[in-house]
Design a protein around this ligand. Sequence first.
Ligand code: ATR
Length: 276
Amino acid sequence: MKQACVIGWPIEHSRSPIIHGYWLKHYGIDGTYTKRAVSPGEIEAFLNGLAAEGLAGCNVTIPHKEAAFRLAANRDASAIAVGAANTLWLEDGCLCAANTDTYGYMTYLGREAEDWGRRDAPVSILGAGGASRAIVYGFLEAGVPEVRIFNRSVERAEALAQTFGPRVKVLPWDQRSRASTEAAVLVNTTSVGLKGAGSLDMDFTDFHPDCIVSDIVYVPLETAFIREARRHGLRTVDGLGMLLHQAVPGFEKWFGLRPEVTDELYDLIAADIEAV
Ligand code: ATR
């Protein structure tokens, strides 16, 4: 029997077991995917003991993503760009790490708004944390002419821009509306709006009518940011799809089958979010 899990500290809130559990059942695979609370002091020993525990690998969440990256022997390009990993697996006894947020975000965007890159316009990103890095990397790889970063603390945005080079520009936080009117895509990667807390205070009035507005926050499913963009007639992409698609590469590594993100899976997780 193949086994995988998600590790974090705390770990109770993770929805990954529902996603992988759905696929295991759907494809009739003899496997398990569990939650494991691993403290910061235990992370190294835990990862060194994966094989001995019979685990094919694991997902990694807060606060272990940087440690997972550091402790892995092989890392994929997105993990290197972000400096953090969320998916680990063993290959010939070697610990391999990937950051699948880039894949998750870009895949869902491509699926929901296939034509997002048609205008060859800049992309605007709110936030400069780990999720922002994964998404900036995705857009640069996709060939966008310019990525504009807006972050509350400018130093963090500048540090991000430095890693990625001249196509990434830092703009003041208070210009996030005015300097995004021509954007092909506007993405919120900050935690603002999570569980209804805070407001991004965006003014969508002069936005290009083809701009796609997306949020990586998925609790609630429709954030105030998304709702406001819709009210202005803009197309929107929610955060739940990224969560579902980022799980695909890990499942394939551990269980040997590339799973599909179906409407049924989307509805299952959406119902779980709405039940809270
Ligand atoms: P993640 O790894 O999920 O990206 P993170 O690294 O903690 O999380 O980053 C959180 C992001 O949300 C940061 O860009 C943060 O801005 P700062 O760098 O200025 O802290 C942003 N953020 C959090 N609360 C915010 C708020 N109230 N207003 C604006 N931005 C906020």
